[in-house]
Design a binder for this molecule. Structure first.
Ligand code: FAD
Length: 582
């Protein structure tokens, strides 16, 4: 039976533009699946399908104006309710390949009423957030984690311990700068044991807090290493000894990722990954960072503040890929003093452990001729997902060749009652993405209409200065030929930045040249990671130049720079020399 799907009553949206078409002819769609996005002056909204089936014809195109009753498409409706997605139209993870099978074959078990409603595998930010949200929604939940503390990579060996150390590094360096203002401190003495315990206490406070919150929500925490037994059971090798079988009605895979190890590096205590670097065993005189991404540069900032000299080697043509080059340039200028060598377009090709250090050889544009000696080598060349380590095939869950688990926008794998979230479903591998995905999975299982529909996910390098970006970058706009207008506010004109003695920063906003809506933003400067949140909200809300420029920001703050960057784009900024009129 062919059904015409029409624009329903969507409130104030009358004669609105179609800005996105989310399906193609031939797609199999679910009831409630987004078909088109329409946009009015103030907001955009996704119009869902009223029926499941196969798309036979699409009656709208980009730029059309639609109102209530406009026909969107024809669907060959299904006679029976859909039990499994036969294809996934939109994936939340660019790294994932789309599931191509509708349901697992050969694995079909069932469970009794006493099974958990949800079992979450992995207690990182994705896993514990999913478990807690599911429990808050009234479900019976178990959370399996191989380590004794909850919180995963982020809390134990990632986001939090690195920021605990970076905070100390920032205060230490700021105190040094005060000498220029007439305030002199003596040379700092560094007690590594105390610094390490500060970091461990920060982690402990948070992970203990999580255990308390799990108890308060009656989430059953099982400590051990789990693998699928079939599509309704996990087998857990308990840390306390023995094994336990856990039955689930629904599962959420949140098993995260691990550091990539370069195969040619020898086994040696002086060659570490980020976890080894966070252990902060000693302060090396000379440290090599392999990989000029966020994790490597953050750890480099810490070690440099504590006294190490740094070299960094990066295969690509610049450090901190992802951020606009003009922002990175400002960071680099401020950080040149930390580095003896910044080797870009250069590969690490070998290393030899000797008594007096690790001798590393390089090839490429910045490669020194001779192998270089280092006291500590940090490999920070990326992270790989743990998809291939959980016997997902026993449950019929597809894992791609790189170890990612493809999911749809509801975080569902190809097996309808098994979901996956966080690092294991794709880039960007960031805690805030994992948390939001975790909430979506839990809400979908609880029967809510939820979908991971983030327009943008911000990235932040918590270096000094911080570099933060979200949405479309200027470099991407250029590469993709997208017409933009930008507003750049240099912090050299910010009263607060000057008062702080840190006016090297820049706030840049990117707007659509035609609609003047914000598409992206980038900030370099102290606290950029906090400041970028306003840009994220502006993008999600579809704000335009005047929305941001007319928002009264408190003075004197660094946050003002966001409003002023919009004023610059508008041509109405009075904190800079006269600009062109719009
Ligand atoms: P994870 O945090 O990786 O958690 C997965 C959990 O699953 C782990 O606890 C693991 O032990 C458990 N597990 C895996 N397999 C099994 C199994 N078979 N049985 C039982 N348990 C299992 N992100 C940010 O957003 N901001 C930052 O500032 C930031 N800084 C970082 C700094 C460093 C040094 C590192 C390494 C990462 C950083 N990240 C940061 C990334 C962030 O930590 C990850 O994106 C985030 O932890 C992913 O969460 P997750 O829930 O997907 O998985």
């Amino acid at each position: 039976m062919t059904v015409q799907v029409k624009v329903p009553d969507i409130g104030d949206f009358d004669s609105v533009d179609v800005i996105e078409i989310l399906v193609n002819v031939g797609d199999t769609i679910r009831a409630d699946q987004g078909l088109i996005t329409v946009e009015s002056d103030k907001a955009s909204i996704e119009i869902p399908s009223s029926t499941a089936g196969v798309v036979k014809a699409i009656h709208v195109k980009l730029g059309d104006k639609v109102s209530q009753g406009s026909v969107i498409l024809d669907v060959e409706a299904e006679q029976t309710p859909v039990t499994a997605p036969s294809s996934v139209e939109k994936t939340s993870s660019p790294e994932s390949t789309k599931p191509t099978v509708s349901a697992p074959t050969g694995v079909k078990t069932s469970v009794g009423d006493d099974a958990f409603d949800v079992v979450v595998l992995g207690a990182g930010p994705g896993g514990y957030s999913a478990a807690f949200r599911a429990a808050d929604l009234g479900l019976k939940v178990a959370l399996i984690e191989r380590y004794n503390t909850l919180g995963g990579v982020c809390l134990n060996v990632g986001c939090i311990p690195s920021k605990a150390l970076l905070h100390n590094a920032a205060v230490l360096e700021e105190a040094k700068h005060l000498s220029a203002n007439g305030i002199q401190f003596g040379e700092p003495t560094i007690d590594l044991d105390k610094l390490r315990s500060y970091k461990d206490n920060v982690v402990g406070k948070l992970t203990t807090g999580l255990s308390g919150m799990a108890k308060a929500r009656k989430v059953t925490v099982i400590t051990g290493t789990a693998q699928f037994k079939d599509d309704h059971h996990f087998i857990v090798e308990l840390t306390s000894g023995g094994t336990q079988e856990i039955a689930f009605k629904n599962a959420i895979i949140a098993a995260g990722s691990q550091s990539v190890k370069l195969p040619f590096l020898p086994e040696d205590d002086r060659i570490v990954d980020s976890t080894g670097a966070l252990a902060l065993k000693a302060i090396p005189q000379k440290m090599l960072i392999i990989g000029g991404g966020i994790i490597g540069l953050e750890m480099g900032t810490v070690y440099s503040a504590l006294g190490a000299r740094l070299d960094v080697v990066e295969m690509m043509d610049g450090l901190m890929q992802g951020a606009d080059r003009d922002l990175v340039k400002i960071w680099q200028k401020k950080n040149e003093h930390r580095f003896d060598r910044i080797m870009i377009n250069t590969k690490t090709v070998g290393a030899e452990a000797k008594a007096d250090g690790i001798y590393v050889s390089f090839e490429g544009e910045g490669a020194p001729k001779e192998p270089q000696r280092y006291d500590l080598v940090l490999q920070a060349v990326g992270r790989s997902p743990n998809g291939k380590k959980i016997a997902a095939d026993k449950a019929g869950v597809i894992v791609n060749e790189r170890g990612f688990i493809p999911v749809d926008t509801q975080m569902r794998t190809n097996v309808p009652h098994i979901f996956a979230i966080g690092d294991i479903v794709g880039q960007p591998m960031l805690a805030h993405k994992a948390v939001h995905e975790g909430h979506v999975a839990a809400e979908v299982i609880a029967g809510e209409k939820a979908e991971f529909d983030a327009r943008v996910i911000p990235g932040v390098a918590f270096t000094d200065p911080e570099v933060a970006w979200v949405g479309l970058t200027e470099d991407q706009a250029k590469a993709q030929g997208i017409a933009i207008e930008k507003g750049v506010f240099p912090w050299a004109a910010s009263g607060r930045a000057i008062a702080n003695g840190r006016d090297e920063g820049v706030t840049k906003l990117i707007f659509d040249a035609e609609t003047h809506r914000i598409l992206g933003g980038g900030i370099v400067g102290t606290g950029a990671g906090d400041l970028i949140s306003e840009v994220c909200l502006a993008i999600e809300m579809g704000a335009d130049i005047t929305d941001i420029g007319h928002t009264v920001h408190p003075h004197p703050t660094l946050g003002e720079s966001v409003g002023m960057a919009a004023e610059v784009a508008h041509g109405s900024c009075t904190d800079l020399p006269p600009q062109r009129k719009r």
